[in-house]
Design a protein around this ligand. Structure first.
Ligand SMILES: C[S@@+](CC[C@H](N)C(=O)[O-])C[C@H]1O[C@@H](n2cnc3c(N)ncnc32)[C@H](O)[C@@H]1O
Length: 434
């Protein structure tokens, strides 16, 4: 077994992350060295890292920009000495930013901070994000600092640009009060606002601490990849496709090309990724989509108003029969459930398409509680897999240890912290194709 990978993910939090240990075990069980592992809902890249650290090729896909960027830097880390060299020059530039902002602090008011405005502070040209309530979530001098750091990020080479933007994001998506915003619980579903007064030197210290943690973890990943001989061929061994909707085919993913699909799709009604990422993605100018909080393509979040649940459940009777009886009268809920299961079906169809004959797919999914009733998503998933043609379908429950895999608590689906999830395994027949 390679290095302890779990600790090397701890530079940026991500809701509902896999346990490294579990995915490593599944990957090593179902694949051999140099095989291809694909995660169509890769999130923060846990499966990709586990694949690379075990000398497998890794392809990730996600609809979310932050997920894509986070996964990408974990798949292309540099050595400790590369990061130290780069850091020396970068910190000098950071210091210049803070000096300029301190000198011009009297000019920085909300008047020149309307969303989408560009403004000059000394020789710093700053762009205010188009986020509608940017002034509500960030105080003026923090907007200036974050905009200046984002601008400095865009002047780095592509790897270091992402390193800076992800560290900036980690400084915002952090537990209050160690966060560079007024948002509490930002990594959960709905942030609450709470003001705090950070001095410029505290802001500098907080950001650099995050940056250093990013560099330490990334160089640790580099060492883990080096230990298995892939650190010098990461360009051939990994690839992250984003933003891409896993329900749709991607021309970049050939048919029958993958040995294992190892993934965890969103759970019904669970995590509002666009909302919890919006305060940090807004600083990634040039990377972020126009409509930052769009839910249009997120599984489990997009609108289901046009979804014809009656027809869908008619052709998926076995799934309907397993829905809790007490919920059947709630037409809106049934429509949203049908739409969610149909998203899983489409993701499974793409999984089937890209798997080599004989290849395995392993999905980890939770079964949450709605109005006191358990929705058995794992059972629906297994049923859909059977209809699509997978063999050897096996469902095993797994206890979620401690708060590592974090989910929101409350009315959006979970009846207290999640304690269980299910591992659903399936195999594409060796003979079949198409
Ligand atoms: C449970 S998380 C995966 C976490 C991941 N296993 C990890 O360890 O970080 C589900 C992911 O699905 C992504 N997602 C939601 N809808 C998607 C879609 N239509 N296509 C691709 N990814 C999507 C979310 O952005 C989120 O990153």
């Amino acid at each position: 077994m390679p290095a302890n990978l779990e600790s090397l993910h701890r530079f940026h939090s991500y809701c509902a992350r896999f346990s490294s240990e579990v995915v490593e075990q599944i990957i090593t069980e179902h694949t051999r060295e140099d095989d291809n592992v694909f995660d169509p809902f890769c999130g923060s890249g846990t499966a990709l890292v586990a694949a690379l650290a075990n000398k497998r090729k890794a392809i990730g896909m996600d609809i979310d920009i932050l997920a894509g960027m986070l996964s990408e830097i974990k798949c292309e880390p540099r050595s400790h000495s590369d990061y130290s060299r780069w850091r020396q020059g970068f910190v000098l530039e950071i210091d210049r930013i803070f000096e300029t902002i301190a000198k011009n602090i009297h000019l920085i008011t909300t008047a020149n901070l309307e969303p989408g405005m560009s403004w000059l502070v000394g020789d710093l040209k700053l762009h205010v994000p188009t986020l509608p309530k940017v002034n509500y979530w960030f105080p003026p001098e923090l907007i200036a600092v974050l905009a200046a750091i984002a601008d400095l990020a865009h002047r780095q080479d592509p790897h270091f640009e992402k390193v800076v933007l992800i560290s900036l994001s980690a400084s915002i998506i952090a537990k209050w009060p160690n966060t560079l915003s007024y948002a509490m619980d930002i990594d959960h579903t709905r942030p609450h606002r709470r003001e705090q007064n950070l001095t410029l030197s505290q802001v500098r210290e907080l950001f650099l601490k995050r940056l250093d943690r990013t560099l330490t973890c990334l160089s640790g990943l580099y060492d883990a990849y080096k230990a298995v001989g892939v650190s010098n061929k990461l360009k051939d061994y990994s690839w992250v496709i984003y933003p891409h909707d896993a329900r749709q085919p991607s021309g970049l993913m050939p048919d029958e090309s993958q040995d294992l699909v190892m993934t965890s799709p969103p759970y019904f009604n669970a995590v509002d990724y666009p909302r919890s990422h919006m305060l940090s993605v807004c600083w990634m100018n040039g990377h972020a989509p126009e409509e930052l909080s769009s839910r249009r393509s997120y599984v489990g979040l997009h609108s289901s108003l046009d979804f014809d649940a009656v027809s869908w459940f008619q052709s998926h009777k076995a799934i309907y029969e397993h829905l809790p009886e007490l919920l059947l009268h709630d037409k809106g809920l049934i429509r949203r459930l049908g739409s969610f299961f149909s998203d899983l079906e489409n993701a499974l169809i793409q999984t089937w398409r890209v798997l080599k004959p004989g290849g395995w797919a392993v999905f980890i999914i939770g079964s949450n509680v709605i109005k006191g009733e358990r929705i058995e998503s794992h059972r629906a998933l297994a049923n859909l897999a059977k209809v699509i043609g997978f063999n050897g379908i096996e469902v095993s429950p797994r206890e979620i240890a401690s708060p590592r895999r974090r989910f929101p608590v409350g009315p959006f689906g979970f009846n207290g912290p999640m304690k269980h999830e299910y591992i659903v395994r399936m195999q594409k027949s060796r003979l079949s194709s198409g």
